[in-house]
Design a protein around this ligand. Structure first.
Ligand SMILES: NC(=O)C1=CN([C@@H]2O[C@H](COP(=O)(O)OP(=O)(O)OC[C@H]3O[C@@H](n4cnc5c(N)ncnc54)[C@H](O)[C@@H]3O)[C@@H](O)[C@H]2O)C=CC1
Ligand SMILES: CC(=O)C(=O)O
Length: 317
């Protein structure tokens, strides 16, 4: 049987837990022509790519994964999307911000290579601290802001949804939630936008339980780190990054929470921040504003100022 036409090339930089699960998810969609997985370590991406390709007859997908080790970018040229997962994950007790100096050096070097080899790509950053590394990747690539975004909001929103569904014992599909702001202490879960079977969250859950779920969502990454003892989450994070890459290649116009450049929306300007945006082939088409409560809007503005101060520092790292 002839191969179905597949479309687009996605490179995933960093073949650790996040990168390899992202490559697997992208390949299993079976819509991309090629997925390239790279790492500074020789052999790791090649071995993981071979392993994923060997699962194709069982899972029934044709997308080929190509592994490139040793820090080479050969084979990545002309990628439509590049997902940057290179960098250290945190250990129990560490904040994402504790990674800033080490990961800034890695992300800068990766971003410069991406700009050289895939100058038209849309870049999706996941390395932590997320909001700062996204700003740094834009600076280092020199790409327009709409072509560099970060993954966090979809993950944090999924955690909020899962937390609400668990609390109420209902299917996750019946719950809608939203999380904006930073991927850190100033994360802004948005209860006013949450519904369960179409009913406002406040109608089905007491205020103190909602507050508990908001706090649990803010600490969602740390909760996983504390259980794992080594490394951080990757199943839910990779699902989110893969969905973003797919929205770009499909030019779908899907609206999702992402870390993007905010330029006047919510009265905030000149900062990378988690907001909802419409995603297509060129990256972010536009930021989509929602009605927020006064407290939520104040939280978003506070997040913007906290992130702005750190993002100003990354240029020098
Ligand atoms: N934004 C988000 O929501 C999330 C972000 N993360 C972040 O993603 C990053 C990766 O996490 P994991 O995959 O779990 O870590 P990991 O340690 O399993 O993998 C990192 C990989 O990056 C590679 N690497 C290091 N320097 C490189 C370079 N210059 N070029 C290419 N590859 C390089 C390493 O060899 C390693 O294979 C961490 O910074 C972590 O904090 C993780 C989960 C969620
Ligand atoms: C590691 C990380 O950023 C998270 O799991 O949220």
């Amino acid at each position: 049987m002839a191969k179905q036409p597949r479309n687009g090339k996605v490179t995933v930089v960093g073949a650790g837990f996040y990168g390899s699960t992202t490559a697997l998810r992208l390949a299993e969609y079976d819509v991309f022509e090629t997925v390239v997985l790279t790492d500074i370590v020789e052999g790791k991406p090649e071995g993981l790519a071979l392993d994923i390709n060997q699962s194709r007859p069982i899972e029934g997908f044709e997308t080929e994964v190509i592994g490139v080790g040793g820090g080479s970018y050969e084979g990545t040229e002309g990628s439509d999307v590049v997902v940057i997962t290179a960098g250290l994950p945190r250990k129990p007790g560490m904040s994402r911000m504790d990674l800033i100096e080490t990961n800034a050096g890695i992300v800068r070097q990766v971003a410069e290579n991406v700009a050289r080899t895939s100058p038209d790509a849309v870049v999706i950053v996941v390395s932590n601290p997320l909001d700062e590394m996204t700003a740094l990747a834009q600076l280092a690539t020199g790409f327009p802001h709409q072509r560099v975004m970060g993954q966090a909001g979809m993950l944090d929103t999924a955690r909020f949804t899962n937390n609400v569904a668990e609390e109420l014992g209902v299917p996750v599909a019946s719950v809608r939630t939203l999380t904006l702001g930073s991927h850190g202490d100033t994360m802004v879960p948005v209860p006013s936008r949450c519904t369960v079977d179409g009913k406002p969250l406040a109608d089905v859950l007491a205020a103190d339980r909602i507050e508990h779920l908001v706090t649990r969502t803010r600490n969602g990454g740390a909760e996983v780190v504390a259980l794992l003892k080594t490394g951080s989450a990757y199943y839910a994070p990779s699902a989110a990054a893969a969905r973003m890459a797919r929205a770009v290649i499909d030019d779908s116009g899907a609206v999702m929470p992402v870390c993007t450049w905010v330029d006047g929306e919510y009265g905030i300007s000149g900062v990378y921040l988690g907001v909802e945006a419409e995603i297509g082939r060129g990256g972010v088409r536009r930021v989509v504003e929602s009605d927020l409560s006064e407290d939520e809007l104040a939280g978003l503005r506070e997040a913007a100022e906290a992130v702005r101060a750190k993002q100003a520092d990354v240029a020098d790292l």
